[in-house]
Design a protein around this ligand. Sequence first.
Ligand code: 4NP
Length: 161
Amino acid sequence: MIQVLFVCLGNICRSPMAEAVFRHQVKQAGLDHVIAIDSAGTGDWHIGHPPHQGTRDILDKNQIDYKGMLARQVTSDDFVQFTYIIAMDESNVKNLAGFAPEPADGENRASIHKLLDFAPGRKDKNVPDPYYTGNFQEVYEMVEESCARLLTYIRDKEQLI
Ligand code: 4NP
């Protein structure tokens, strides 16, 4: 199984949106038996909480399922379990380093990317945080486009038809 983990700060706004959108796209592509998807936050404030109301509203509007999704924090085991870790911004990448296991603890399987590395037209490679900006629509558009390109990238890399 190819495993993809989306990571942001709180795991209530951006990464759960990406998790739900990517799962929807993977299902539509008929690849849900090959690609497993999850999300986590580097912060611990919202552990056990459902996605933010703004994220739920935009997912509802686009008929994307997020049933049962609850926030959790990144663990060092994630670096071994997951094939791809997709961060929302540069600070997430920096914070992730603090959770990475020592090389002696085993192989770090995950390859780490920023979501907007998959959006070639964009100069700013950081997904703005709607927890502060309130602009969930803008984030949804970035997530939808970048996740579609991420899927193309993974299909190519993993030689999925
Ligand atoms: P997220 O947004 O990282 O996209 O989930 C945030 C949610 C909560 C907080 C910060 C960012 N917070 O500080 O509680």
